[in-house]
Ligand binder design. Structure first.
Ligand SMILES: [Zn+2]
Length: 142
């Protein structure tokens, strides 16, 4: 399986029918994450992908071992968090008007972007109230 590790795009020609597995090193600082207040902490992350290439769809799942940072909820110091959410997304070869499932349609270009699926795992991993330390006193007392 070939993956553009900066754009997070799979080359469909590199897939075989059925289950494809791959482990990729992602240069986190080169990826345009476009997530407000979040930036990579590590230089690299490890993306483990399992791609099920079927006649009707491509199912992409995996895990992302990476650290990012976002401001502490109290003192705004950059604070690290890891990716805890699994990656999962289904892509269909053609739109299915009879189905309620929201599947992204695979483009004719021979490329499949999984960027949104990976970005979503990062978004969902951002802690609701991240503190630099449990007893952070906050911005006014530093
Ligand atoms: Zn703090």
């Amino acid at each position: 399986m070939k993956l553009d590790t900066v754009k997070l795009v799979i080359d469909l020609k590199s897939l075989s029918r059925g289950i494809n597995r791959g482990v990729f090193t992602i240069p986190l600082e080169k990826v345009e994450w476009n997530i407000e207040d979040v930036e990579p902490f590590d230089r690299e992350g490890i993306l483990e992908l399992q791609v099920d290439y079927r006649d009707d769809a491509i199912l992409c799942s995996g895990g992302f071992d990476a650290h990012f940072r976002t401001p502490c909820a109290r003192c705004l110091e950059p604070t690290t968090f890891s990716i805890t959410e699994e990656i999962y997304r289904e892509y269909a070869w053609s739109p299915d008007p009879a189905s309620d499932e929201q599947r992204e349609v695979i483009s004719q270009s021979g490329k499949l972007s999984i960027f949104a699926a990976v970005q979503e795992a990062v978004l969902l991993s951002i802690p609701g109230k991240l503190l630099c330390s449990p007893d952070c006193a906050g911005i006014y007392y530093n």
